[in-house]
Design a protein around this ligand. Sequence first.
Ligand code: DC
Length: 229
Amino acid sequence: MEKKRITIAVDGYSSCGKSTFAKQIAEHLNYLYIDSGAMYRAVTLALIRAGITSIDDANENQLQNLLSNIEVGLANIPNKSGWFTTLNGEIVEDKIRSLEVSNMVSPVSTIPLVRKKMTQLQQEMGKKKGTVMDGRDIGTVVFPDAELKIFMTADPVVRAKRRLKEMEQKGQKATLDEVLMNIEERDYIDQNRAIAPLRQAEDAIVLDNSHMTVEEQMVWFKKIIEDIL
Ligand code: DC
């Protein structure tokens, strides 16, 4: 019998491994994976390119103008698996992971105009069942009717250590304290913004992966999805 296709929302704190997990479950189910954080990052890159380096510098008109002139999307590259984030047709997957973008993305994602545009776009992109989308407000705002909602969390120090390791592998230098501070700051902004703050949907299942490997997470997921599909 053909298995039913559903929408899966994966929300949670920064550096919890949401993207790794969401990508893996999409692959396992042969679903489309959409990284909503990458979309906020692409908008942030567009703002930086327009010379806006602090959200206090951006006025409503300028933002309105900029937002109506940018197109964020996904592209498939021949011979490479997965989808890549685009900004006005340019693949920006690497550029949106820079420190400059990372440091500005949380404040940018508090801007109501930005959230409105991204939410509409995400709803459009994930309209077809068979989608896994990860972010902060997917189960609460973007897809409140998602059939499966997972809320990911992990101890902040564990997250900082994982993030530091990732940065070191890329040749980026930072101390554990600096990374921890950045994580705590992002958690604070994400949880306390006025629109669509990060919070656990009432019907979400919590996945605390502080002491779990990526493989153990998948075992956990397979048990859950078996009951749903
Ligand atoms: O998942 P990430 O770290 O790439 O997300 C970058 C930022 O984007 C994060 O600090 C908060 C914001 N974001 C959001 O506000 N809503 C989402 N659905 C996804 C991300």
